[in-house]
Design a protein. Structure first.
Length: 148
């Protein structure tokens, strides 16, 4: 894998950080994108904050220059997000497979009854398609076994 250079940046208002982001673009270009997005996505927390305080009072600061491979930039951004409370970030920049599994497990346990009902309803209303799919699957598997 090739190493890339990225930037972890923070948005500040009155010396208090309210957003952490990362980019491989020049910071000036990323700032222009944020400015544009703040006019189009007014309900997203970071843009609500920006519009509330005004662009003139928002300070973009480089928190760290990062040389990375793969998901390294997102991991580093997650580290920075973990250092602060009350950020406007709505998504975690990086989620490990284990964290994702745990999140999915929690979601399933919380919504188990609803999920079971929806699956049951789907099976009842699509039973013909399911039957046809299973038949095709069985025949394909049988054909593969014969060929091996």
């Amino acid at each position: 894998m090739n190493k890339q250079n990225g930037i972890i940046y923070g948005l500040f208002h009155q010396d208090k950080i309210f957003y952490v982001g990362s980019t491989i673009q020049p910071l000036k270009k990323r700032k222009i994108e944020h400015k544009y997005n703040s006019t189009k996505n007014r309900n997203i927390p970071v843009y609500k904050k920006i519009n509330e305080v005004g662009w003139n009072d928002v300070d973009f600061r480089v928190l760290e220059h990062v040389e990375f491979e793969g998901t390294g930039l997102r991991k580093k951004e997650q580290e920075w997000c973990g250092k602060y409370d009350n950020l406007c970030n709505i998504r975690r920049p990086y989620v490990s497979k284990e964290e994702l599994r745990n999140d999915m497990r929690k979601y399933y346990l919380k919504n188990r009854d609803n999920i079971i009902k929806k699956r049951r309803l789907y099976r009842e209303t699509h039973w013909e398609e399911i039957k046809e799919y299973n038949k095709r699957y069985y025949l394909e598997r049988k054909q593969k076994k014969i060929m091996n």
